[in-house]
Design a protein around this ligand. Structure first.
Ligand code: HEM
Length: 66
C-alpha cells in the first residue's frame, strides 16, 4: 500500500501510477530485465516488511535490446 488508504489516501496515485507505467514502457523498449548471479530465484518475500518486498533487496540487471 504505497499510497496509503482511507480518506487521506494519496490523491495523486492515479497520476503517479501512469507516470510509472510510462517510465517502464520507455525503459523496457530499450532494455530487458535479466537476472544476475545474486538474483534470488524464486524471490523470497520479506516477512518483517509491511509492504510486499523481496528479502535483502532485488538484484537484477538491464541488458540493452538489439
Ligand atoms: C510514487 C508516487 C507517490 C507515492 C508513493 C505517494 C504516496 C503518498 C502517501 C503514502 C500519502 C499519505 C496517504 C495517507 O495518509 O494515508 C500521500 C498523500 C498525498 N499525496 Fe501522494 N504519493 C505519490 C505521488 C503523488 C503525486 C504525483 C501527487 C500529486 C500530483 C500526490 C499528492 C498527494 C497529496 C495531496 C497527498 C495528501 C492527501 C491528503 O492528506 O488528503 N502524491 N501520498
Amino acid at each position: 500500500m504505497p499510497f496509503g488508504s482511507g480518506p487521506r489516501k494519496c490523491i495523486g496515485y492515479r497520476f503517479a501510477l501512469l507516470e510509472v507505467k510510462i517510465l517502464f514502457f520507455n525503459l523496457l523498449s530499450y532494455f530487458e530485465i535479466v537476472p544476475v548471479q545474486e538474483t534470488q530465484i524464486p524471490v523470497k518475500i520479506c516477512k518483517k516488511s509491511l509492504n510486499m518486498s523481496p528479502e535483502g533487496g532485488l538484484s537484477i540487471a538491464l541488458k540493452r535490446r538489439q
